[in-house]
Design a binder for this molecule. Structure first.
Ligand code: NAD
Length: 472
C-alpha cells in the first residue's frame, strides 16, 4: 500500500485534500497499457488527433467552473488562475493550427542521382511529464499538447503541492474516447516522478535545479532524452535612455505577477546610477498600490505563497539581505494571515551579490535594486549567476539590442518584461543551470517529440560504384 499524501490549502493552511500515489508496480502496468494504446493513437493520424484534442477542449469548457474552483484551491489566486486556463485552452488551438505544417514528411533528391531520400519522423511512444506547483495546469500541459499531436502517449505527474485541478481535467479526458487511453494523470510526489522515469521513453521535467539533476541522471542511465526547464534568477537592466514610467510598470508586473512564483520572474534589477533614486521611488509608489487578495480571493492582485517551503525561503533571503545591510522600502515580511503565508511587493536597495536575494532563486514578490555606473558593469552583474533563463533590458532599442546580445540567457524582453510567458513563437534554450534540451517554445517544441527516420531508396538497376566488383 502506498502512503496517502495530505495537501495543504495555501489560503487556510489546512490540509483539506488527499492524493494517493499508485504503487510502483501499478504505475509500471499503467505505463505498459498506455504505451500499447499509443499505436492506435498514432494510426489515428494527425487529423484524428486534432479532432480528439478539440473535443477535449469542449469538455473542459463545459466543466470550466469546476476546473477554476480546483485551481483556485490549489493556488489561492483567482485572476491568474483564469488567465492560466485561458492560456492552456489557447495553446490547444495554437498547436492544432501549427501541427499540420510541422509534421509534414518530405521527399528529396540527394547528392547521389540514383538514391532518393524520404525524410520521416516517428513519435516517441510514451512521454512522461513531471511538473511543478506554481502554474499547475499550464506547466503540466505545456509539453503534453505538442507531444500528443506528435503522436505520443503521455503520462503526467503533476506536483503533489497543487494537485486538485487534476480531477476536473480527468473528467474532461474521460469524455473523449480516443484520448482516454493515451493521456493519463498520476498523483504522487518525488517517488512517483522517479518511478515514472523508469517506464517512459522521454521525460519533460519542469522544476528545481536540484530535482532536475536527479531527473537528468536517471534519464541518462536509461539513455532516454530529458528536457529540463529549471529555475531562474532573471535580471532586468535599466539604462538612462529608458522610458522610466514604462520600465517601472513592466518590472513591477514581471516581478510580482503570481506573487513572484514564476521561473521567469524578474528577481534582480540593475539601474543606471543617474536615474537610480527616481527609479526606485517610482517603483515603490507603484508597489504600494497593489493589494493582497485577502480576505477574499477577489480582493487584490497578490495571492498567497502557494508552497509552505517557499515562504521559508523568502523569509530567509529577506533576513540575510537585511543582516548584510539591505534597506527595505515596502513589504519585507512574510505574514501569516488566516493560516496562509503572504508577502506584499517588496523593494530593497543597498543590495549586493554577497546576498542570497541577488544570487539564489527567491520565487517571491521581491525586487532588489542595485545601481551601476557603466553598461559593462551592468552586463557583468546580469551574467554573474548560475542561471540563464531570461532577462529584460530597458533602453533605446539600439542600446538594448546590443546589451541583449551579451546576456547569457535564452529569452530577452526589450522594453517589456517576461514576454516569453505571453508570446510563444520564439525558440529559445535555457542557458547554464536553467535547463537542458531543445526549445519548448516555437515550432521546434513539437519536433522534440519525434525521432527522425531517413528512408533511402535506390532508384536504378545498376551496381553501385562502391560495391565489391563481381570478380570482373
Ligand atoms: P521541484 O523540483 O521540487 O518539483 C518538481 C516536480 O518534480 C514535482 O512534481 C515533484 O513531485 C517532482 N519530483 C521531486 N523529486 C523527484 C525525483 N527524484 N524524480 C522525479 N520527479 C521528482 O520543484 P517545485 O518546487 O515544484 O517547482 C519550483 C521550481 O520550478 C523553481 O525552481 C522554478 O523556477 C522551476 N520552474 C521552472 C520553469 C521553467 O519553465 N524553467 C517553470 C516553472 C517552474
Amino acid at each position: 500500500m502506498t502512503k496517502a499524501i495530505e495537501v495543504r490549502n495555501p489560503r487556510t493552511g489546512k490540509f483539506d485534500y488527499v492524493i494517493i500515489p499508485p504503487p510502483p508496480r501499478l504505475l509500471a502496468q499503467q505505463c505498459k497499457r498506455t504505451r500499447r494504446a499509443q499505436i492506435r493513437w498514432q494510426q489515428l493520424g494527425l487529423e484524428g488527433r486534432i479532432e480528439a484534442l478539440q473535443q477535449w477542449k469542449k469538455a473542459i469548457l463545459s466543466g470550466r467552473d469546476r476546473l477554476t474552483e480546483a485551481l483556485v484551491n490549489d493556488t489561492g489566486r483567482l485572476s491568474t488562475s483564469v488567465l492560466e486556463i485561458d492560456s492552456f485552452l489557447s495553446s490547444i488551438d495554437r498547436w492544432c493550427k501549427l501541427a499540420p505544417e510541422l509534421l509534414q514528411d518530405s521527399a528529396k533528391n540527394t547528392a547521389i542521382p540514383f538514391i532518393a531520400l524520404q525524410q520521416t519522423s516517428v513519435p516517441y511512444p510514451l512521454v512522461g511529464v513531471i511538473s511543478p506547483w506554481n502554474f499547475p495546469l499550464l506547466l503540466s500541459t505545456i509539453d503534453t499538447i505538442p507531444a500528443l499531436l506528435a503522436g505520443c502517449a503521455v503520462i503526467v505527474k503533476p506536483s503533489e503541492i497543487a494537485p486538485r485541478f487534476v480531477a476536473p481535467l480527468k473528467t474532461a479526458i474521460s469524455a473523449v474516447p480516443e484520448l482516454r487511453d493515451v493521456l493519463t494523470f498520476v498523483e504522487g510526489a518525488g517517488e512517483t516522478g522517479s518511478a515514472l522515469i523508469e517506464n517512459v521513453d522521454l521525460v519533460c521535467f519542469t522544476g528545481s535545479v536540484a530535482t532536475g539533476r536527479k531527473v537528468a541522471e536517471a534519464a541518462a542511465k536509461r539513455f532516454i532524452p530529458a528536457f529540463l526547464e529549471l529555475g531562474g534568477k532573471d535580471p532586468a537592466i535599466v539604462l538612462e535612455s529608458a522610458n522610466l514610467e514604462l520600465a517601472t510598470s513592466a518590472i513591477l508586473w514581471g516581478s510580482v505577477v503570481n506573487t513572484g512564483q514564476s521561473c521567469l520572474s524578474i528577481e534582480r534589477i540593475y539601474v543606471a546610477e543617474s536615474i537610480f533614486e527616481k527609479f526606485y521611488h517610482q517603483l515603490v509608489a507603484k508597489a504600494y498600490r497593489l493589494q493582497l487578495a485577502y480576505p477574499t480571493v477577489e480582493s487584490g492582485e497578490i495571492g498567497p505563497i502557494i508552497a509552505e517551503k517557499q515562504a521559508a525561503i523568502i523569509s530567509d533571503h529577506l533576513l540575510d539581505a537585511v543582516e548584510k545591510g539591505a534597506v527595505i522600502h515596502c513589504g519585507g515580511v512574510v505574514e501569516d494571515l488566516g493560516g496562509g503565508w503572504w508577502c506584499r511587493p517588496t523593494v530593497l536597495t543597498q543590495v549586493n551579490h554577497s546576498m542570497k536575494v541577488m544570487t539564489e532563486e527567491t520565487f517571491g514578490p521581491i525586487m532588489p535594486i542595485m545601481p551601476f555606473s557603466t553598461v559593462e558593469e551592468a552586463v557583468s552583474l546580469a551574467n554573474d549567476s548560475i542561471y540563464g533563463l531570461s532577462a529584460a533590458v530597458f533602453a533605446s532599442e539600439a542600446e538594448a539590442l546590443e546589451i541583449a546580445q551579451q546576456i547569457d540567457a535564452g529569452g530577452i524582453s526589450i522594453n517589456d518584461a517576461a514576454l516569453t510567458a505571453i508570446m510563444h513563437e520564439g525558440e529559445k534554450n535555457a542557458f547554464k543551470f536553467s535547463g537542458l534540451g531543445g526549445s519548448r517554445m516555437g515550432a521546434a517544441a513539437l519536433k522534440r517529440f519525434m525521432r527522425k527516420k531517413a528512408i533511402l531508396i535506390k532508384t536504378n538497376d545498376t551496381n553501385d560504384p562502391w560495391w565489391f566488383g563481381n570478380g570482373e
